[in-house]
Design a protein around this ligand. Sequence first.
Ligand SMILES: *[C@@H]1O[C@H](CO)[C@@H](O)[C@H](O)[C@H]1NC(C)=O
Ligand SMILES: *[C@@H]1O[C@H](CO)[C@@H](O)[C@H](O)[C@H]1NC(C)=O
Ligand SMILES: *[C@@H]1O[C@H](CO)[C@@H](O)[C@H](O)[C@H]1NC(C)=O
Ligand SMILES: *[C@@H]1O[C@H](CO)[C@@H](O)[C@H](O)[C@H]1NC(C)=O
Length: 419
Amino acid sequence: MMIRIIVVALLLASAGATENITGEFIATNEWQIIAKGQAIPKGLHVRINLQTGLKEAKLIDENERGTSLQEKREDENESLGLDYKPDIIEESLRKVKEQKQQKKQNYAELKKAYNEFQKNFRTDGELIVELLKQYRNFSKTPIESELKLKMDTLENLEYLLHQIDNALVFIDKAGLDDVLLPIVVNETNVPLRISAMRVLGSVTSNNPKAQIKVFEKNFGSHLAQILMSSTNSGELSAALHAFGSLLRKFPLAQQRILSTSGTQALIRVLRSSQVELRTKAKVITIISDLVQEKRSVLESAGSQEVPDGTSAMAQYVLLEFESWLETHGYCSTMDNVLTKDFLHLIEQPEIVEQLSMTLDTTENICHPLWSESSGLRHALLTIRNRYVHSKDEYRLELSQILTKICEKLFNKAAKHTEL
Ligand SMILES: *[C@@H]1O[C@H](CO)[C@@H](O)[C@H](O)[C@H]1NC(C)=O
Ligand SMILES: *[C@@H]1O[C@H](CO)[C@@H](O)[C@H](O)[C@H]1NC(C)=O
Ligand SMILES: *[C@@H]1O[C@H](CO)[C@@H](O)[C@H](O)[C@H]1NC(C)=O
Ligand SMILES: *[C@@H]1O[C@H](CO)[C@@H](O)[C@H](O)[C@H]1NC(C)=O
């Protein structure tokens, strides 16, 4: 199988011009191997042959025009230096994964080809600086024709900034102020906002230094604002991902953001009748993770000598997420979600799993209300009873988890009624 990664070599001329090792590359209509370090003219099609791992190039065929990358070249002649399309690579990786045979071999080839590819273009850092330059060059007022270019730039950033060092370069070069903040705060185009929040999620996930910078720029309350007002599921998902990544393992941010609008925003999403269950499940997971995070930090502190983590510990102690949840109506909101939607839930066991975990994690907060709720009891028992006879192991396992929750909440009731 050959996966072709087609790119337009806009940057090659400037990036590789000094490495004229093997003479000029004469492009034709046929694919030809590009020697290592060989400079090639601008505007060619370049691909990686994944069987050989070699780069090849040819002239752009007239009837190949119309792909997005070439359009860019047409529209923007030099200004757009995007020299590759990471999502194509990711898509390829995904397809490769699906093939059970040769899986490992193909993956290794892809990875090798990708590394080779990167090496021959520029470093990630240079690429990020280039992307930022391009972004700053867009007009200040929104122009329809620039939309796709902006989206592409953001998509490339999202891919690159998963890496911790890359994210820090982006922040160091004022990417938060110049690109993300204006979009998240002022942009009216929803797809652009979604892309920007994906980039933000990419920047903050598992990256403590980046989390601090993003927090200092007040993204937490901007995201909460979006969670308070949006009904678009794509937008909510992107916002939730960024919100969760910003808050995880960052007790100070949790304290500041969740004590103000943050908790309310999460519960608002759960409460909205216009938001689908899948999106609500994301909220539920964030809530459960944050409640558990504090507990496990405090537990681990109790079981050993506290080393120098005392200040983080103090921040967790001050964090009262559980009581903010209660104040903002979390218990009755969860009760409502289950009572109203349990029939839809039956068909979505992954969401049932997330819900069950969260019910279990937060049962101590909501016990008084939940244990008296006949609607909740009916919902949980119905799902449990439906799964208990399933031939599917996953559902069977869920039925056991649900039984335990019901026993905690309703004591004997679970065993003797509605079976
Ligand atoms: C590259 O090498 C070829 C052949 O050696 C030479 O004719 C050409 O001028 C060189 N180009 C550059 C940019 O140095
Ligand atoms: C790009 O296109 C514009 C007009 O569309 C033109 O003025 C400019 O010279 C072109 N730049 C290059 C480098 O070709
Ligand atoms: C941005 O625009 C300036 C002037 O308009 C130009 O000199 C510069 O080359 C452009 N940069 C990029 C990356 O397009
Ligand atoms: C958002 O727009 C307002 C009004 O135009 C402006 O004052 C503000 O600086 C903008 N904020 C950002 C982050 O771009």
